[in-house]
Design a protein. Sequence first.
Length: 281
Amino acid sequence: MKFTRILALSVMGFALCGMPAQAAENLRISSTIGPVDAGMLPLLAETFTKETGIEVTIAKAGTGATLKKAESGSFDLVMVHARKLEDAFCAAGFGVDRRDVMYNDFVILGPKSDPAGIKGMKKVTEAVKKIAAAKVPFVSRGDKSGTHVKEMEIWAAAGVQPSGDWYEVWEGGAKGNKATTLYVNEKQAYTLMDRATWLTVKDDVSVVPLMEADPLMLNLIAIIRVNPEKFPAIHKDEALKFADWVVGDEAQTLIRDFGKDKYGQPLFFPNSDQWNAKHKK
């Protein structure tokens, strides 16, 4: 009897060990830093998990580093904001199904004294020309992040190649926009920064937006699914579920309202094709 019981338990144990474990549903997102530090992406991930049971893990880095990490197939989806880099990522076969999700805008932050005299200017290209001509301190992230890519686009559009002691490529730029803003405040310099970052730290800094509202300063944030044909082991179903959900009404409404109560204005604005079609943008 005892031998029979042991044999039965052994067979049961073998059967259980021999069965493939059911992997828990999960989604790995590699994201640009801004939406993570602002709390936007964590809120979206938390809401998505509550509704689907799919656990979400988030890694953050500048857009260039975010896309580079995803080229290994170790992430299922990216959230980024540099269209040239995004298009190159997809053209190389690493990404598919790019979708606009949300936007905000960039501003030029600087000291309230505004030594370059750019306050109230309407064209960002003219503003950066004045900064360069005055040779007042300007800090660049210099890390191929979405913010850095946008800054380089603006200098190029202005026909200026920034260089010299006044132009600092900060060695800590890869730490993100919040860290950069705090450093810029210490230096009392100018920089290009997304508005959401400034809103989240404005009570701790004295630098203020001095130039804004130029269409060239729009900050478009998108998601791209990592290509399942190139990386068959990625969580393609979970990535597709999130992509479909984040462009829908529920997620887009969360984006629309995020930050209003705390900052008096939203940090981001909904921008999916579905939302814009419904609301006739």
